[in-house]
Design a protein around this ligand. Structure first.
Ligand SMILES: [Zn+2]
Length: 214
């Protein structure tokens, strides 16, 4: 089995435009966030008025506002698409940044999605948008994996979907040198990926192969 096929070829990345159908979420009160960041700095024993921190509350607030906006042009680099006979389409090489809801620290999520086409093959940029949409919010990796899988199911109109996500969580990486390389892998499978061991094994082999080679 040639894992290399599933790695993004150099120059094969594209930047996915913001989703055309942004989901609605309550507006972010940027001014209030800035005020609270100022208070947080004080509570952390800092002097929010010192030169280096003068613009920090506003910078942090606008960063949050941008990152947590569903139509933000957050990173969504893609991908490689491959067909395994007529059985399975695999989309790999996607990665996004999200925020862990337990620590409000970044997590980097690499995504591999597989599906069995019910007829039409879904366009690649669609996958990037789906990943991006669920990344730009406070998240946990398990929920992200399920949400991406559910949305792909909706798009293809079938349940034969598998999504594997490998996450690097700064809340873990920052705790000590030993944890620096820690990765968390989550998997969500549906339909034939759950009932057909051969298909599910093929998908898992691809995922591990791609990530071992990365
Ligand atoms: Zn965390």
């Amino acid at each position: 089995m040639t894992h290399a096929v599933y790695r993004p070829a150099p120059g094969h990345s594209v930047t996915v435009p913001p989703p055309a159908d942004p989901i609605s979420s309550p507006p972010i009160d940027t001014e209030r966030v800035a005020e609270l960041i100022g208070q947080l700095l004080s509570a952390l024993g800092e002097d929010p008025d010192r030169a280096g921190l003068a613009g920090t509350p506003n910078r942090v607030a606008s960063w949050y506002a941008e990152f947590l906006s569903p139509d933000a042009s957050a990173v969504a680099t893609c991908f490689t698409e491959s067909h395994l006979g007529e059985q399975m389409v695999v989309v790999g090489g996607m990665s996004v940044w999200s925020l862990c809801e337990h620590h409000m620290l970044p997590m980097h999520l690499e995504i591999l999605a597989g599906y069995v086409p019910a007829g039409e093959v879904v366009g690649l940029s669609k996958f990037g948008r789906i990943a991006q949409r669920y990344a730009g919010r406070l998240q946990v990796q398990e929920r992200f994996t399920r949400q991406v899988a559910d949305e792909i199911s909706g798009v293809i109109g079938g349940k034969d979907v598998a999504v594997a996500v490998r996450g690097t969580h700064l809340c873990m990486s920052m705790r000590g040198v030993r944890m620096e390389d820690a990765r968390t892998t989550t998997l969500h499978t549906g339909g034939r990926f759950r009932s057909d061991p051969v298909l599910s094994q093929q998908f898992l082999t691809l995922a591990t192969g791609q990530w071992r080679a990365a």
